[in-house]
Unconditional design. Structure first.
Length: 80
């Protein structure tokens, strides 16, 4: 029977630094791209778009994906 280890993360703490023992983290990228504590939605979207290109430690939150879809709809069809 395989052992299932529970991952303990600080609840409510989204600071990327504590993720440094997770797989696929691009620590250098995180050090160079620290999310501002009071980041606006635009900033967070931009951060996550860059993040997913450079690091695979966590996916884009559904809330942001939904906001991005709304933005796309507002801008219209992207030409390329
Ligand atoms: Zn990451």
């Amino acid at each position: 029977m395989p052992d299932i280890k529970t991952v303990n993360g600080p609840p409510g703490n989204t600071c990327p630094i504590y993720l440094n023992d997770m797989k696929k983290i691009n620590k250098n990228w995180h050090l160079a791209h620290v999310m501002p504590k009071n980041a606006s939605l635009e900033q967070r979207i931009a951060w996550h778009l860059e993040h997913q290109e450079n690091c695979g430690c966590r996916p884009i939150p559904k809330l942001l994906l939904a906001a991005m879809e709304k933005r796309k709809a507002a801008v219209g069809t992207a030409a390329g």
